[in-house]
Write a new protein. Structure first.
Length: 286
C-alpha cells in the first residue's frame, strides 16, 4: 500500500504469479481501480515468477522507487531496484539495478524484500523472506542514501523439512499491538498467516527462539548487559555479535559494559568448536 500518485489516498501495488506488477488506484468512492501494469522503458516489467513489490525511496532523492523480488530458480539475481526517473507523483522507470550483499547478487529462491530501519539506527535495512521459510535481516552497513549489505542474521530460522514456519514467507511489518515497535506478519503458499510480536522493549533483550520465550537470564539496563551464571556455566564461550555476524565482545557472567558500542541490534551467542547457537538479542538505543 502507498499513495502512488500523491493524491492523498492509499493505493495498492501488487505482484503476481506470472511476474507482473499492477497498480490499483483509490477512487473518490474508496474503491480500487486497475490503472495498469508498472513499466520500464515503456514495457511491462515482468520477473521470472511470483513477483514481490516494495515501494520505497531507495536513494532518498524524494521520489518513490520500486524494489522487487522474484522466484528466480537458477537466476543470477533475484532482488532488483528500479530507480524513479520521473517524479514522485508520476513514477517512470528505466533499467533495473541488482541489489548486492558483499558484492554478490541475491540469488535465493522466491525472494521477498522489505526495506525499513528495523534496528533503529537511522539507516534502512533489508529484510528478506526466501525459500525454506527463513526471514533474513541484512543490516545496512552503508548509508541511508547508498545502502550496503554484507552478512545476515535469521529472524526466522529456515525449516526445509516441515515448513512449519511458513513457506515461502511473504513478509510485512506493522505495529500490530500498538506498543510502538514493529511486529512481523508473514503468510505463505499454504494459506497460513503468522504473527510474530516484537517483544523487545528499549534496551531489553529478546530471545529469537519462539519455543524459549523471553529469557530472564540476560538483561540490559543503562547499556550494562547482565548475564546470569546459568548461561555462562556452559563449556563454551559467550560472545556478542553485531547484526552483520561480526564478533564484538567476549562476555562474562555478571555485568558487561556496552556503553562504547554504537546503537543497533546485537546478538548473544554461545560458541563451541567453531559452532554458534543464539541465546538472546539485545537492542541498544542512543
Amino acid at each position: 500500500m502507498c499513495d502512488w500518485n500523491n493524491d492523498g489516498r492509499l493505493d495498492l501495488i501488487t505482484g503476481e504469479r506470472l511476474g507482473y506488477f499492477t497498480v490499483f488506484l483509490r477512487t473518490d468512492s474508496g474503491t480500487l481501480a486497475n490503472a495498469g501494469r508498472i513499466q520500464a522503458h515503456g514495457v511491462d516489467i515482468v520477473t521470472s515468477n511470483n513477483s514481490w513489490p516494495t515501494v520505497c525511496d531507495w536513494n532518498r532523492d524524494g521520489r518513490k522507487d520500486l524494489l522487487v523480488g522474484q522466484e528466480g530458480v537458477d537466476q543470477p539475481c533475484n532482488v532488483y531496484v528500479y530507480l524513479n526517473e520521473g517524479t514522485d507523483s508520476v513514477p517512470v522507470f528505466g533499467d533495473s539495478t541488482p541489489v548486492l550483499h558483499s558484492g554478490i547478487p541475491f540469488n535465493d529462491c522466491r525472494c521477498v524484500p522489505v526495506f525499513l530501519d528495523l534496528d533503529r539506527d537511522g539507516r534502512r535495512d533489508l529484510i528478506l523472506g526466501e525459500w525454506y521459510s527463513s526471514v533474513r535481516f541484512y543490516q545496512n552497513v552503508g548509508t541511508d542514501t547508498n545502502p550496503a549489505f554484507t552478512t545476515f542474521v535469521n529472524l526466522v530460522e529456515p525449516d526445509p523439512d516441515s515448513f512449519l514456519n511458513g513457506n515461502p514467507p511473504r513478509v510485512n511489518f506493522t505495529d500490530w499491538d500498538g506498543d510502538g515497535d514493529m511486529d512481523m506478519i508473514t503468510c505463505d503458499y499454504y494459506g497460513s498467516v503468522f504473527l510474530r510480536r516484537n517483544i523487545t522493549a528499549t534496551g531489553v533483550e529478546e530471545t529469537m527462539n519462539d519455543e524459549r520465550g523471553t529469557m530472564s537470564a540476560a538483561t540490559i539496563v543503562r547499556r550494562v548487559l547482565n548475564l546470569q551464571s546459568a548461561i555462562c556455566n556452559l563449556q563454551s564461550e559467550i560472545i556478542l555479535l553485531d547484526a552483520a555476524g561480526r564478533r564484538v565482545l567476549m562476555l562474562k557472567s555478571g555485568s558487561n559494559d556496552l556503553s562504547r558500542l554504537a546503537p543497533g541490534v546485537y546478538f548473544v551467542h554461545s560458541a563451541i568448536d567453531n559452532r554458534q547457537s543464539q541465546i538472546a538479542r539485545v537492542v541498544l538505543t542512543r
